[in-house]
Write a protein that binds this ligand. Structure first.
Ligand SMILES: Cc1cc2nc3c(=O)[nH]c(=O)nc-3n(C[C@H](O)[C@H](O)[C@H](O)COP(=O)(O)O)c2cc1C
Length: 169
């Protein structure tokens, strides 16, 4: 698939079939995250692969939507700020690195015919408790991973003319 077709095909899936995700497909999407670039190649993140079966109630403490636990898997990505690159002015790039890794994972899932949905509006305290996260580990995003049971809507995006400036602000 051409890259722009893949970017167009990805959408936020908010209904999932219960069908299992094949192990090779899971490994493909995890590998895509592993290959993602990170500042100074620090890879300051951990991915947590969570099987939803039997854990629906506690996972819904993290994010309350029914569709969050419909897929067989949920993937969480956590940053470890102490391992991330810090710019001279003090800006820690861990969240940038995490976002790139998650986007790689999500696009690889689309390429494998799987559905995902970025979830940022989760309860971080519940995530800490349910997943047993150490204090220096920050949960940053989750996504279900499974086969879509809904249909994409047409993409609404600002036109390039509203998003791009040339040469200077
Ligand atoms: C960082 C980030 C956080 C998001 N958090 C949520 C969320 O908590 N719940 C949700 O339903 N969608 C969430 N989304 C999905 C966006 O709403 C969605 O990507 C956007 O509306 C564009 O739609 P599309 O993904 O179908 O192209 C999030 C997306 C991003 C990139």
């Amino acid at each position: 698939m051409k890259f722009l077709e893949l970017a167009e095909k990805r959408y936020s899936v908010r209904a999932y079939k219960p069908d299992p995700v094949e192990e090779d497909k899971l490994n493909q999407v995890l590998e895509a995250a592993r290959l993602a670039p990170t500042a100074v190649n620090a890879q300051p993140f951990q991915l947590i692969v969570i099987h939803t079966a039997g854990r629906e109630a506690e996972l819904n403490r993290i994010y309350r939507k029914d569709w969050f636990v419909q897929a067989p898997l949920v993937i969480g990505i956590c940053g470890i700020p102490a391992q991330g690159w810090v710019r001279r002015d003090g800006k820690n790039y861990t969240e940038v690195d995490v976002a790139i890794a998650m986007d790689h994972l999500i696009l690889a899932a689309t390429d494998a015919g799987l559905g995902t949905c970025w979830v940022g509006a989760f309860d971080p305290e519940a995530a800490r408790e349910v997943l047993g996260l150490p204090d220096d580990v920050e949960p940053i995003a989750f996504t279900p991973l499974g086969y879509p049971a809904d249909q994409p809507k047409s993409k609404k995006r600002k036109p390039l003319s509203e998003l791009v400036r040339y040469e200077r602000w």
